[in-house]
Design a protein around this ligand. Sequence first.
Ligand code: NAP
Ligand code: MG
Length: 500
Amino acid sequence: MPSTFTKTFDTPAYKGTVTIPLGLYINGEFVDPVEGGTIDVVNPATGKVVTSIAAGTKADIDIAAKAAKKAYKTSWGLKVPGAQRGKLMSKLAVLMEEHIAEFAALDALANGKAYNTAYGRDNKGAIAVMEYYAGWADKINGKTIETNENKLAYTRHEPIGVVGQIIPWNVPMFSLSLKIAPALATGNTIVLKPSELTPLSALLFCTLIEEAGFPPGVINIVNGYGPTAGQAISEHPLIEKVAFTGSTLTGRKIMEAAAKSNLKPVTLELGGKSPNIIFDDADLEQAVKWAIHGIYFNHGQNCSAGSRIFVQESIYEKFLDQFTENARAIKVGDPFSPDTYQGPQVSKTQFERIMGYITSGKNDGATVHLGGKQIGQEGYFIEPTIFTECQPDMKIVREEIFGPVACVMKFSTEDEVVEQANDTSYGLAASVFTKDIDRAIRVAHALEAGTAWINCANQTEISMPFGGFKQSGIGRELSEYALENYTNVKAVHVNIGIRL
Ligand code: NAP
Ligand code: MG
């Protein structure tokens, strides 16, 4: 395996040459894996292998965890004041900004998302998240608690120690920053595994860590496969917390491994089957545009995708016509073309899963109102798809498809639609469209979801928490709330007068 990968992009959206190391980033160095495994990285626009990178296994996770533990005890954690941690994080954000075009090109190449989305949303977002938590690093405060005059009582929010983080492929750099930044701000050291499908941008990120001034071992990034490297993170005894984003199935495995090893606390950001409810008094044009963004953004590969669209019967036909017209106008194509909105699905496996769901929808009696087919012969492109005549028990209505597939359904009353919207094992997000402010707030409060959007969809604010009710997850990311995932609260009792 070569030790670096160089790619020259000569595309309408980006021209430039990017070089990255291909090894594992452990203890401040790029190293070869102990067992010498590799992962082929595929361009989903062509289905062709781009390069092969090093794949770590249990032995590499063990080395990384030990390096992280040492760094925690000697050069990070409580040894480094918050202001100093924040300074290094700010420096890292500046370096990320300097290389933003390269990050976007690598993510567009391995993920298939539009370069402009990778640049303007994922990577801009990743930088903003790093800056936001850099600001928190010297504001991690406990409380003094009044008990009685013979005691000084206070709490400290101490770092946990070594934390494990496992991320997916749909927003690679945003996920990475979302995990790393709050953990660093609170003083933890990190062993992170990127997705096997999108490991390239994480490797570029590794080249900036030392330059930003982080001591070796504070951030370790080990590429590898889920059942080997991911599993090893979940069960490692030195890793005292694990944070994961991905499928519910994998989330269960991680929780089980955490429970069976050292009972490490688990934060999970899992899937969704988010409802989008459109009442007959909504601004129809706006509701249509938001519904399009809600389901088709990022090719439907979005945990909070508004995949179940409920439309009040009196406007159903009108909505469906406009929604269909907008879906048909979506520009699907080359990720490096500046006007592309939708690229290929991330992998052959995901492509086949989505096509399998489309077949199951047809077999169950739903109607393909738009799309439903592969585009072209090369790569993993799928037509923006609309199903109508969907029934609540169909697989396409119950399960997360994670692709450009919307189910549009009719409802008559508010009570009925709230019940249908909540009839799911998931609870990540929900949208409601209406001009009636009482109804908007009433419905937003009645929906069982970690995020409720009123007259919008798929909105994230760094200063707002994000996470799931029900089987969509445990814990909250983003905002001040995420800091709780990475601190242990210690209660200190100081006796200033109690005499025995
Ligand atoms: P996944 O298998 O849950 O992968 C997410 C991450 O977990 C990857 O880094 C993966 O490694 C790792 N992993 C897999 N098995 C593991 C294990 N036993 N122990 C520890 N880590 C493990 O998700 P996926 O296969 O990429 O996608 C499948 C479905 O997951 C999608 O269709 C979608 O429904 C859901 N998903 C949800 C989100 C979200 O944002 N909530 C994001 C992505 C996917 P590998 O890369 O090697 O598999
Ligand atoms: Mg997987």
